[in-house]
Design a protein around this ligand. Structure first.
Ligand code: GLC
Length: 567
């Protein structure tokens, strides 16, 4: 049955392009359903070093991405978020930027970027870039000037302070990457602050010149046709000007240091003023702002939307992203609270900073089934999903086997307890061939053996593959009005094994049933309270052996079932 649905999908796909009549210049922010474009968009995070290598130097590049746009279109992607591809010494693999208004030669040129943008737009795909606002590279000309003397024009663009005493940093703050947060500079005999690596000095956002220069960076890219930004590390933008010591918290971190309650250098209220300013600029271009928002409560997350949606349109719900167990109760709780926040939710299950979802949710036996189940969850909720490249083919984590192999400095500093993030950043697996078809050169990170089975080419020909399940699901998502805009109605909320819900829009409802357990399950729903007792029911999609007979739904372990209900 699902094969028929899929065939039908291909027939209807062509008119879908009409939904995005004009992208460049963002003159049409709303689609045919009068919805803001980003509310209907499926986002795809792509790590440019690892996506596709067009010149076979072992590192991905922009022309590689351009060559894969048809793949992304066919998958059902509406917007790609490219992690930093700007000039950078690559200490933090692009998150240390030395020029905000150019492309690193290892990825290509501004001309290649414009070509990528034009080709993407031609296919109705928008491009979102990464905005690293908290810090620059220590090689950026602003920092080079800043460190040259205490009276340099850019001195106050960064955070410089005297030490507390001989060889004593100004306070007890620590870098999240395992070092002190302060580095002494012998030239000017002061310390500079860096929440990340010493090569990533923090900008001083209390200086209006910094704000002005950084806001102009976003304008530079909007004018080129970029549709928005993912805002990196927004929580870290401000620090207490008195540099008050942070209190310690119980336990130790992965680097073996005492935990800290970072109340004086994280999530300061001033962050929201900057977000409102960035939003004003974004609104001039109908652009979207996505936030890297590591919140610990719904109140915090709500704050990032801003009053009357004046800050981020799409702050990521990282609490959902890190549930890390197949727990219907936990997911119900997260979904209900993000829905209650009043903003448009953003769901993801993986990114370039966390171990791959395939490993975090997999049990080692039913991994492929679980990968489909997780897709069925986050791609059918009310909100905008962000896929992480390779998730759609079931890419596994491939952690370094020894300290010598580690590329991410976080892993070098923290080995062996902290292995760093190389494992989730390995090259995209395109074929079963050498290096997963990513490059003819030696890839910058090794391709794992699982590429023999989990790759685009092999999975494209297998109707039961994770990739084909993603495609069918994304097709449904784009074409079932209830999945796009329908409200979320949880069902059977005390069931400890099966997560079920309705997505309901006027006249059309989709029922989603997900068996999160390793045993067979049977469920029956009383749909009368929703006016659906006499609805016509038609199966839309299944994974595993889920099936329904006269309203009784049977699910084998980790299977998913989708049904359309029409009155
Ligand atoms: C964000 C990025 C991460 C990077 C850090 C410093 O957390 O996602 O990859 O290392 O910021 O820029």
């Amino acid at each position: 049955m699902y094969r028929q649905v899929y065939k039908l999908a291909i027939c209807i796909l062509v008119p879908a392009a009409i939904l995005v009549p004009q992208i460049r210049g963002q003159a049409q922010p709303r689609d045919a359903q009068a919805q803001l474009w980003w509310q209907h968009a499926v986002f795809y995070e792509l790590y440019p070093r690892s996506f596709a290598d067009s010149n076979n130097d072992g590192i991905g590049d922009l022309n590689g991405i351009t060559a894969k746009l048809d793949y992304l279109k066919d998958l059902g992607v509406d917007a790609i978020w490219i992690t930093p591809c700007f000039p950078s010494p690559q200490v933090d693999f692009g998150y240390d930027i030395s020029d905000y208004e150019n492309i690193d030669p290892m990825y290509g040129s501004l001309g290649d970027f414009d070509h990528l943008l034009a080709e993407a737009n031609h296919r109705g795909i928008r491009i979102v870039l990464d905005f690293v606002a908290n810090h620059t590279s220590n090689q950026h000309k602003w920092f080079q000037d800043s460190k040259s003397s205490r009276t340099a024009a850019h001195r106050n663009w960064y955070i410089w302070r005297d030490g507390k005493g001989a060889s004593q940093p100004p306070n007890n703050w620590i870098s999240t990457f395992g070092t002190s947060a302060w580095t002494f500079d012998p030239t000017t005999q002061q310390y500079y602050y860096h929440y990340f690596y010493p090569e990533q000095p923090d900008l001083n956002w209390r200086n209006p010149a910094v704000e002005n220069a950084m806001f102009n960076v976003t304008r530079f890219w909007y004018k080129r046709g970029v549709a928005g930004f993912r805002l990196d590390a927004v929580d870290s933008l401000f620090e207490d000007p008195n540099l008050t010591d942070n209190p310690f918290a119980p336990g130790t971190d992965t680097f073996g240091r005492r935990n800290m309650d970072e109340k004086y250098n994280q999530k300061l209220p001033e962050v929201h003023g900057v977000l409102r300013g960035l939003r004003k600029v974004a609104d001039e271009y109908h652009a979207v702002l996505i936030g890297e928002t590591y919140t610990s409560s719904m109140d915090e997350l709500k704050h990032y939307y801003g009053d009357h949606s004046s800050e981020l349109q799409l702050p990521m719900d990282m609490m959902f992203a890190t549930v890390d167990k197949l727990s219907p109760a936990e997911f119900r709780k997260q979904i209900a609270s993000v829905n209650a926040s009043g903003g448009w939710p953003v769901f993801l299950i993986g990114n370039h900073d966390m171990a791959r979802s395939y490993n975090r949710y997999g049990d080692g036996i039913h991994d492929d089934a679980i990968a489909k189940l997780m897709a069925a969850l986050y791609l059918s909720l009310r909100g905008s999903p962000i896929l992480y490249y390779g998730e759609e083919i079931g890419m596994q984590n491939n952690d370094p086997k020894s300290k010598e192999e580690v590329r991410d400095p976080q892993g070098k500093i923290g080995w062996p307890t902290e292995k760093g993030r190389d494992g989730e950043r390995t090259p995209m697996q395109w074929t079963a061939g050498v290096n997963g078809g990513f490059s003819k050169g030696k890839p910058w990170l090794p391709v794992p053996p699982s590429s023999a089975t989990h790759n685009v080419e092999t999975e494209s020909t297998d109707p039961d593959s994770i990739l084909n399940f993603y495609k069918r699901l994304l097709f449904l998502r784009h074409h079932e009005k209830a999945l796009l805009d329908g409200e979320y109605i949880p069902l059977d909320e005390s069931n400890p094994n099966v997560l079920s819900f309705l997505r309901r829009s006027p006249g059309e409802t989709v029922l989603v049933v997900l068996n999160m357990s390793g045993t067979d399950q049977e469920v029956v729903f009383d749909l009368a309270p929703y006016g659906l007792a006499a609805a016509k029911r038609a199966m839309l999609l299944t994974s595993g052996r889920a099936a329904s007979h006269r309203g009784v739904i049977n699910l084998d372990p980790y299977s998913a079932y989708f049904e359309k209900l029409t009155n």
